[in-house]
Design a protein around this ligand. Structure first.
Ligand code: ATP
Ligand code: MG
Length: 704
């Protein structure tokens, strides 16, 4: 099904591997992807899809269900259901015969609710939604109990059945779980589990006028399907106690909920609600606008399933929210298209070139290589004639000092063709604008090399005017001008950061004749310009072919990586001193008292994480340091040099320990290698121990 490299391990995969070792769930691995059909899928969902379907595929007998979480009839639509299915298939994943809908379980869920009432664990409450909110309390104050909390089981059963029978209007009553109004976790303060909504549902029609809430539905649907690992995003961490509560109270099969960090990508937004707004207000042409971070938009732009899966593998899975640079997404696409896209020549802003000494009416077929990365893709013929087009930008009448392309008197190479020399320009008499360039060619240089060894400084792409085909090209830039448009300190709406230059349409391009029959969705590299994909929507509608620029040739990601390496290097120059890997707050040598005070803001910048030590060894040449390889739940191990050798003459004792690591320090280049963090330890010199945990936190968990 999918030929991507295997995903690197991460903390979720480690949990599953442990469970398998312990034969938990009889060795079954069963995940699910649970979209709400209220919008199109985006690249964030792709991360979750790759994770859930990927884990199922990696484990023998592993399964992944597709389940629509369709509990909110007012926002859902069949259009979304169909698009979600198509997107998952396009990404290369298969749910087999396991396509489910939470709405399929409405009857069963209703039975579960009746059971909770019978156990005295749920009650019908007549407070309005506003009153429920007011009674709920705050993080610092406990909530107040509803006056209806102690209704008898009989009364609750009667009222709940009548809610189902449609006796009461919307918003007049709800069913609530009876848990704890003083719980420090607000989700546990008697959450609503059913509400009245006299609204038609896209699947169940008018059968129901009460609908279960997400938290109630989700875990029980997981349980009904026998899901073993219910993987969701971090915002559900605080809901986990509730997830567990329903399953425990009802004594049903208990899947394990595991949370991971949501994907954010720079210069875009990731919320379906905001994306819908862009569509509805006409800021984009639709969910499939090639600037959208939706799967369907990325696909129209020219992204391949392989590139998206590769991207999802590269970003890994962690417990900490972060924003991934969009340059990495583009990098994944470039790498994929580099291998598969045929090279062609296309001139976006044509300038006429007349080869004065080339015979009129003559055409030569020159041989061009389709893909230097893949000789199997062969060669093709491209026509050369007396009148050509080159890129307007490739000619300057008065070239600045470093301009090596065509200019009066200068000789350049035409790709796969000849050397040409500019001998004059033709101008519009009125405007003075250059309308054509006159050149001569050297017949000896056919194929692009000169027998006398003469060199030229640049090679230009071109098309033959008479043979070329007209095309429209659309260039895209980031949809937003800000790296993180969704959060603005000044309180601006994300829409105020829309990039006015995110789309440039060039209507009069000329492309080589081999593109005349390019298929919808086909990818090409336009030499020197970037990767382009035939638009799947407008190419068929318009008379002329339309290309979307999928990605430029310039790889910003490579630059970013280089800069990161440089940062490490600078750190080396700053401090060549060998440094203890244990965190020492600055203090006087013989002062054992507390260190100088810092503000809470300062402290909150320190990111403390749970780490599991996987390897620990002495280092030859260092009396103080131990080299530790630590798992912070990032899908890779970090190397840390810690100054704790005196305390651990046998470093093997450290392996398996759960320690605290300062995770957001700049990597430090030390004499023995790069150190990526510090391990917290306590005690006096000579009697130092690393700080460990009592309980069972996971690698990457936040320490607070
Ligand atoms: P949005 O906030 O974009 O509307 P959502 O969480 O409401 O997203 P769902 O349809 O409920 O959308 O999501 C289906 C699954 O995809 C859930 O398990 C959710 O956790 C996951 N998911 C959604 N957004 C992201 C993201 N940015 N990164 C990783 N997983 C995500
Ligand atoms: Mg959701």
């Amino acid at each position: 099904m999918n030929n991507a490299k295997p995903a690197p391990s991460d903390f979720i995969r480690s949990i599953i591997a442990e469970d398998l070792k312990a034969n938990k769930n009889d060795g079954r691995v069963h995940t699910r992807f649970p979209p709400e059909p209220n919008g199109y899928l985006h690249i964030g969902h792709a991360k979750s899809i790759c994770l859930n379907f990927g884990i199922a595929a990696e484990n023998r007998g592993g399964l992944c269900n597709l389940r629509f979480d369709d509990t909110n009839p007012s926002k859902e639509d069949v259009e979304y259901v169909e698009s979600i299915k198509a997107d998952i298939q396009w990404l290369g994943f298969d749910w087999g015969d396991r396509l489910y809908y939470a709405s399929d379980y409405f009857e069963q869920l209703y039975e579960y609710a009746l059971q909770l009432i019978e156990y005295g664990k749920a009650y019908v409450c007549d407070l309005s939604l506003q009153e429920i909110k007011d009674y709920r309390g705050t993080l610092t104050e406990p909530g107040r109990e509803s006056p209806h909390r102690n209704r008898s089981v009989g009364e609750n059963l009667d009222l709940f059945k009548r809610m189902r029978d449609g006796e009461f209007p919307d918003g007049s009553r709800v069913l609530r779980a009876k848990i704890d109004m003083a719980s420090p976790n607000l989700n546990m303060r008697d959450p609503v589990i059913y509400r009245i909504l006299h609204t038609s549902h896209h699947r169940t029609g008018d059968t129901w006028c009460i609908y279960p809430m997400y938290d109630f539905t989700h875990g029980l649907s997981d349980s009904i399907e026998g899901i073993t690992h219910s993987i969701c995003t971090l915002e559900f961490e605080d809901h986990r106690p509730l997830y567990d509560w329903f399953l425990d109270e009802l004594k049903v099969f208990h899947p394990q909920q595991i949370e991971f960090a949501r994907l954010n990508v720079s210069y875009t937004i990731m919320s379906k609600r905001s994306l819908l707004e862009l569509v509805e207000l006409g800021f984009v042409s639709g969910w499939d606008d090639p600037r959208m971070p939706t799967i369907i938009g990325l696909r129209r732009r020219g992204f391949t399933p392989e590139s998206i899966r590769d991207f999802c593998n590269r970003i890994g899975v962690a417990k900490k929210d972060s924003t991934v640079d969009v340059a990495l997404l583009e990098h994944s696409l470039r790498e994929d298209l580099n291998k598969r896209a045929p090279r062609v020549m296309a001139v976006l802003r044509p300038l006429r070139v007349v080869i004065d000494n080339y015979p009129e009416g003559k055409t030569e077929q020159l041989e061009a290589i389709n893909n230097p990365e893949d000789p199997a893709m062969g060669t093709r013929k491209i026509p050369f004639s007396r009148v050509l087009y080159i890129e307007r930008d490739d000619f300057r009448e008065d070239p600045p000092s470093k301009f090596f392309r065509l200019s009066p008197g200068r000789e350049v190479r035409l790709r796969y063709a000849y050397f040409i020399r500019c001998v004059g320009v033709g101008k519009d008499e009125k405007t003075g604008e250059i309308t054509e360039v006159h050149c001569t060619y050297d017949p000896q240089t056919k194929g692009g090399d000169s027998p006398d060894g003469r060199k030229v400084k640049s090679t230009l792409h071109w098309v033959s005017a008479e043979h070329s085909v007209h095309a429209e090209v659309r260039l895209y830039d980031h949809l937003f001008t800000r790296e993180n448009p969704a959060t603005s300190k000044e309180g601006h709406d994300f829409k105020s950061f829309l990039n006015p230059n995110s789309l440039e349409i060039i209507e009069s391009c000329q492309v080589e004749p081999s593109l005349a029959n390019a298929a919808s969705g086909e990818h090409f590299q336009f030499e020197r310009l970037g990767y382009f994909t035939v638009d799947t929507v407008d190419s068929t509608k318009k008379g002329s072919i339309v290309f979307n620029r999928s990605v430029t040739l310039r790889d910003k990601w490579v630059k970013i990586e280089k800069a990161q390496k440089k940062e490490v290097k600078t750190a080396k120059e700053e401090k060549k001193v060998e440094r203890s890997g244990a965190l020492n707050v600055k203090r006087e040598k013989d002062d054992a008292g507390p260190a100088e005070e810092i503000g809470i803001d300062y402290f909150s910048k320190i990111d403390l994480r749970v780490a599991v030590i996987k390897e620990a060894s002495h280092i030859e040449g260092s009396e103080k340091l131990i080299r530790v390889m630590a798992d912070l739940g990032e899908g890779r191990l970090r190397q840390i040099f810690a100054g704790i050798r005196s305390a651990y003459p046998d470093p093997g004792k450290l392996v398996g320990k759960k320690v605290i690591v300062v995770a957001n320090l700049k990597p430090r280049k030390m004499k023995f290698g790069i150190s990526e963090g510090m391990i917290l330890s306590g005690g006096q010199e000579g009697n130092l121990s690393v700080t460990t945990f009592d309980g069972n936190p996971l690698p990457g968990d936040e320490v607070s």
